[in-house]
Write a protein that binds this ligand. Structure first.
Ligand code: UD1
Length: 420
């Protein structure tokens, strides 16, 4: 049962203090799934405590793995008998579950995974994943809502992605590490989460080069061994707290971050006029003067991340002047705009672009969260708004932000969770 909690926010407080950034959700998920590639023990550290991670652990357990979780450390032991079937019940809760397909196919020669919700037959939203498996020699069948891949042997090939998809790159990478011969992934995703997965796989004995560039070369090995891997910091959580400092005219020190992963976000904030001091693993963000509007387009890494687009819109809604945000990665990712309008923002959606007439006073009201990052944007807007904001459907936020309200409260926000 989903808990229908809400956040109550009293806006208008400047945030001040320091925040410890958690491990990256999007890096932790594929690293946890990489444990399917071996029977040895894998220890994954700096794993955030989130709903998506709990779903991943449940999925690993359903596949037969023994999983022990202690704080941010997850230990995955051998499977009594590794299963090849990922049920609808778990995949529908989290799209990223489809990334078990590559490792299962590599280990067992078969994988049967529910198609994520919203997919039509033909599986368009995971078509790049499936095309990669086919290239490696798998036969693909879609039946009764499940996609089944079978391949007695996987053989290394050159695979060119039509788009540098993060999930498809992860799936192909994990299928290729145990394939016979050399695989070359062209137009591969370059996101830090891919680099982290590749490092995790290398620490298990995989032979991978070029991760972090658009061409990843994998020399297949017969088997992988266990590992202990520490997940990278969450660049989107970090970006969200930087936006929180900016929108509340506050001053926050972010600890345990990797500033190199945040360059596009830091550049945008600098252009807006936020003062930033960047250390090795810390960032100090301080509001010192009214910010300027900054227009941007979302891009694949190292461009401005689509997962920060909603938060940027909330910030721009509070900044005097006109800005334009263009979403180039996802077609329908402006659902937060409708809610921001209800708070008094002036935003005009024109296809893939949103034009924001910033600087109107936002006022608190009940808001409905439609997805994870939209939820983050609404919390930010609530922190800046006058009066009380009630953010409904907080379960979306619980998928990706570890103890968000506690972290915000610790730096001076008036926010609390209430049961509905
Ligand atoms: C991952 C991230 C998500 C982020 C996104 C883009 C995880 C768990 N999630 O999602 O937070 O917003 O990267 O940075 O890591 N596409 C296809 N066919 C495919 C695969 C993708 O058409 O087979 C399209 C998608 O519909 C989308 C675009 O490619 O328009 C990018 O998607 P992709 O990079 O695959 O995102 P995810 O891996 O799902």
């Amino acid at each position: 049962m989903l808990k229908l909690d809400a956040f109550l926010i009293e806006g208008g407080r400047k945030l001040k203090g320091s925040v410890r950034i958690s491990g990256s959700k999007n890096a932790a998920l594929p690293c946890l799934f990489a444990s399917l590639l071996t029977d040895d023990v894998c220890v994954i550290e700096n794993v955030p405590d989130l709903r998506d991670i709990r779903t991943a652990v449940a999925l690993l357990q359903q596949l037969g793995k023994k999983v022990v979780r202690k704080n941010s450390r997850v230990e995955i032991g051998p499977a009594r008998r590794l299963q090849h079937h990922a049920s609808y019940d778990l995949v529908r809760r989290m799209r990223a579950s489809v990334v078990v397909m590559g490792p299962l196919l590599a280990r067992l020669g078969k994988a049967r995974v529910s198609l994520p919700g919203g997919c039509s037959i033909g599986a368009r939203p995971i078509n790049f994943h499936l095309q990669a498996f086919k290239k490696l020699g798998a036969a693909i069948r879609v039946e009764e809502g499940y996609v089944e891949a079978t391949a007695p042997v996987l053989r290394g090939r050159r695979i060119r992605f039509p788009f540098p998809s993060v999930g498809a790159t992860e799936n192909a990478l994990m299928a290729a590490v145990l394939a016979e011969g050399k695989t070359v992934l062209l137009n591969a995703a370059r996101e830090p989460e891919i680099q982290d997965l590749a490092e995790c796989l290398r620490s298990m004995g995989a032979r991978i080069h070029g991760h972090g560039t658009g061409t990843i070369v994998i020399d297949g090995v017969p088997s992988l061994h266990g590992t202990r891997h520490v997940v990278i910091p969450d660049r989107i959580e970090a970006g969200t707290f930087l936006a929180a400092a900016a929108i509340t005219r506050g001053r926050l020190l972010l600890r345990r971050v990797n500033p190199a992963h945040l360059s596009a976000v830091l550049n945008a904030l600098r252009r807006a006029g936020l003062r930033l001091e960047v250390g090795r693993s810390e960032i100090l963000a301080a509001w010192t003067k009214p910010l300027r509007p900054v227009s941007l387009k979302t891009r694949v890494y190292p461009g401005f991340p689509t997962d920060m687009q909603a938060q940027w819109m909330a910030l721009m809604a509070t900044v005097n002047g006109k800005s334009r945000i263009t979403e180039t990665i996802f077609e329908n990712r402006f659902l937060h705009a409708q809610e921001l309008l209800r708070m008094g923002a002036a935003i005009d959606i024109r296809g893939a672009a949103a034009v924001i007439e910033g600087g109107r006073r936002l006022s608190g009201c009940p808001l409905m969260v439609s997805d994870l990052r939209a939820g983050a944007a609404l919390v930010l807007a609530g922190l800046a708004a006058q009066g009380r904001t009630k953010v409904l459907r907080v379960y979306h936020l619980d998928r990706g932000y570890e103890r968000m309200e506690r972290k915000l409260r610790a730096v001076g926000a008036r926010i609390r969770r209430i049961a509905q």
